[in-house]
Each structure stands twice: as structure tokens, then as C-alpha cells.
Design a protein around this ligand. Structure first.
Ligand code: B12
Ligand code: SF4
Length: 321
């Protein structure tokens, strides 16, 4: 029997999502997409490092229907977090601390989580029938990039980030898994072509082949997720990256004219906007703790940030002026 679109339509949901501040919204089927099966091999190769939560939840991450058996569609949203600041690859000053763009403003889990809840509340009020739904921003057991690709939001680039042909890749993903048989979008098609700029630019060679990232070499993993000492052999390559890294996305042709967001939530906080490594090292703990409130950067805790700053301070070529 053919599914009949419910009274709450895909078009109405997308238009409400845009009104709520999301920059794109698409709908993917909750199906066995072939890319979902890469996760098991990726973990087996050791590319997850010590992110044990990924292997613990690998079974659920293999398909959203393992998370919610009644799932039929996944509503995927994208939110631009890019702001008017130069890329780290454009900065000639080695004393300037580099912080990943996504972490400059408010914690996206809180901001986008709130917007997603508002969208879901509206959906429940607008639907004549009750339905099952679960919303996630980053932390759920969902391979968000795969569903984003099948929702037409963008393709998974060779650097593994989702690229939208209009917005670029400075986008947060968030989704609502639903039991609603909504009309789905066409999947996005790969537009990387023969380009390999991100593979060549990665300071630690973490993109081991197109679409495959070895986290244990990735500066984002090393400076945010990894606890304890950072392997000595990789430390010099960290350069001035004190929290996360954007190099693979900065060199991407699809981000050369990427739109920026005027949303106050994503604007850089003054405590770390355009600061030197030395200034951040000298910032007292209580000032750090206040600045980190409601910021995604608290994930690594102050001890992790201080570890990263010490490594950056000792980086080769770093001017101590
Ligand atoms: C674990 C994780 C990380 C890890 C591992 C990253 C990775 N590439 O897997 C680390 C800590 C390194 C990381 C870093 C970053 N992350 Co992160 N991360 C996640 C998380 C929680 C899970 C991702 C995951 O499942 N990885 C496992 C592997 C298998 O998945 P994948 O690389 O995404 O895999 C796809 C392709 O690589 C491809 N593939 C895999 N194997 C193979 C093999 C072959 C042969 C082929 C052809 C393809 C292929 O298909 C895969 C689908 O399974 C997601 C949120 C979520 N729940 O999805 C956020 C997420 C992916 N991260 C995000 C962000 C913003 C970042 C950073 C930019 C932060 C920063 N600046 O420091 C960097 C980007 C680094 C990079 N190039 O990926 C965003 C990405 C948004 C976007 N536009 O894509 C997400 C979606 C969070 C969000 N809700 O917005 N992250
Ligand atoms: S830099 Fe080139 S290969 Fe890498 S994601 Fe962008 S377009 Fe694709």
C-alpha cells in the first residue's frame, strides 16, 4: 500500500524550520543507506581512538530504526555558524591562537536543541494524529552526515564534512526522527570532483583517503576529545590550534564565498576573539570559567585547554614577542 502524506506536510515543516532560524531543512527516508555500514569498519580500523561512546553505541548508530523502531523519516536541519572572521589559513601571525569556528559563540547543543524542540512542539500541535519523534543535535546515536546527504542538505566531502552547494560546510546538523510518512527529498550528489585540497592541507595527514578520517591524527580529536598527553610526534603539527581545527574546511573551494550568520549566538565571545596564545595562557582560571559558561569549549575542560595552550606555545616557528 502506498504511503499517504499526513496532514502535516513536508513543505509545511520545512517552511516552519526556516521561520525558526534554520538555514536549510530536508527529509530523508529512515532506510538502510549503504554509507551507514562504514562506521563498523571505521571503528575496527581504530579510527575512533578513545571515543569509546562510538563503539558502545555502534549498533544503534547503524540505523535510526534501532533508536526508534517506528522511524520512517528523518527531518534534517542545517544552521550556518560562520561569522565575519578570517580563516586560520589566512593568518600570518604564529602567535595568534586558533580556535575552531564552531566553538566561538554559544554552545550549539543548547541553542539548536531549543529551536528543534520548538519545531517539534509546533509539529505536534499541527498534526491531527499523534506520532513518535526524537530530536537530536550531535549527541544522539545517529550518523547525522549520512541522513543529511539523503535529505538533500549536502554531500559528504572528501574531508568528511557535509557541504551544501549554497551554504558551504560551516553548518551544524540536527535532526528529528519521526514515524510520519513524509515526502522525502532527493539525496545530494557529490561535487568534490577531482579536488584533493583538504587531503593535502591537513597538518597531520588525518584524512587517510577520500571520505575517511583517522581521528587519532585529527587535531580536532587531539585537542578536544583526547584526554591526557598528546602524542609527542604529533605535537609540532598542532601549530597554533588550541581548540579544534578548521584547516580542511578552510581550504575547500566551497567555503571561499560561504555566507556568514548574523545570529548573536555564533558571534565570537570577547574572551577569546583574536587573542594571542600568550594572552590566553595568562587569562586567570576564574575568567576562563566565566567565559566558558554556555560555551561548547567547556567540553575539553580548562585542564585540556591549558594543555593545548602549552603545546601551542612551544610550537616551532612561534614568535614569543
Ligand atoms: C565523532 C565525531 C567527530 C570526531 C570524528 C570525525 C569524523 N570524521 O568521523 C572528531 C572529534 C575528529 C570530530 C571532528 C570534527 N567535527 Co565532529 N562529530 C562527530 C560525531 C559525534 C559522529 C561522527 C561519526 O559518526 N563518525 C564516524 C565516521 C564513520 O563517520 P563520518 O566520517 O561522519 O563518515 C562518513 C564518511 O566519512 C564516509 N565514509 C566512512 N568510511 C568510508 C570509507 C569509504 C571507502 C568511503 C568512500 C566513505 C567512507 O561515510 C561515512 C558515514 O558512515 C558527529 C555527530 C553525529 N552524531 O553524527 C559530529 C559532527 C560530524 N562533527 C561536526 C563538526 C562541526 C566537527 C569539526 C568541524 C569540529 C572542529 N572544527 O574541530 C571537526 C571536523 C573534522 C572532520 N574533518 O571530520 C559536525 C559536522 C557538520 C558538517 N558540516 O558535516 C557534526 C555532524 C556535529 C553536528 N551535529 O553538527 N568529530
Ligand atoms: S577541499 Fe576539495 S576534496 Fe576536500 S571537501 Fe572541499 S571540494 Fe571536496
Amino acid at each position: 500500500m502506498q504511503d499517504v502524506e499526513p496532514a502535516l506536510t513536508a513543505a509545511a515543516i520545512k517552511s516552519r524550520a526556516l521561520e525558526l532560524g534554520f538555514d536549510a531543512c530536508g527529509i530523508a527516508p529512515a532506510a538502510s543507506h549503504p554509507e551507514l555500514s562504514f562506521l563498523a569498519e571505521w571503528i575496527a580500523r581504530g579510527y575512533a581512538g578513545d571515543m569509546a561512546y562510538l563503539s558502545r553505541s555502534a549498533e544503534r548508530r547503524a540505523d535510526v530504526r534501532h533508536v526508534m523502531p517506528s522511524a520512517r523519516t528523518v527531518i534534517v536541519t542545517a544552521t550556518v555558524y560562520n561569522t565575519e572572521r578570517p580563516y586560520s589559513t589566512e593568518c600570518a601571525d604564529p602567535s595568534r591562537a586558533q580556535i575552531a569556528r564552531y566553538a566561538w559563540g554559544d554552545d550549539y547543543h543548547d541553542v539548536i536543541g531549543g529551536r528543534l524542540e520548538t519545531l517539534l512542539d509546533w509539529m505536534r500541535r499541527s498534526s491531527p494524529e499523534p506520532f513518535d519523534a526524537r530530536g537530536y543535535v550531535d549527541t544522539g546515536p545517529v550518523q547525522e552526515r549520512v541522513y543529511a546527504q539523503y535529505a538533500g542538505i549536502g554531500w559528504i566531502g572528501k574531508h568528511t564534512c557535509v557541504i551544501n552547494d549554497r551554504l558551504g560546510s560551516w553548518i551544524f546538523l540536527a535532526e528529528i526522527i519521526t514515524s510520519l510518512p513524509l515526502a522525502v527529498d532527493a539525496p545530494a550528489t557529490d561535487q568534490c570532483g577531482t579536488c584533493t585540497l583538504c587531503l593535502e592541507a591537513c597538518p597531520t595527514g588525518a584524512i587517510v583517503e577520500a571520505g575517511v578520517l583517522d581521528s587519532t591524527r585529527c587535531i580536532s580529536y587531539l585537542t578536544i576529545e583526547h584526554r591526557g598527553e598528546i602524542p609527542a610526534a604529533l605535537q609540532p603539527a598542532l601549530g597554533a590550534h588550541v581548540y579544534g581545527c578548521d584547516v580542511c574546511q578552510e581550504v575547500c573551494p566551497w567555503n571561499q564565498a560561504a555566507p556568514t550568520s548574523a545570529d548573536p549566538a555564533w558571534q565570537p565571545r570577547p574572551a577569546w576573539d583574536a587573542k594571542t596564545i600568550a594572552e590566553l595562557r595568562q587569562m586567570p582560571d576564574d575568567v576562563w570559567q566565566t567565559a566558558l559558561r554556555g560555551s561548547a569549549m567547556k567540553r575539553t575542560k580548562l585542564v585540556g585547554l591549558r594543555r593545548n595552550l602549552a603545546i601551542a606555545d612551544a610550537a616551532p616557528g612561534r614568535s614569543r614577542a
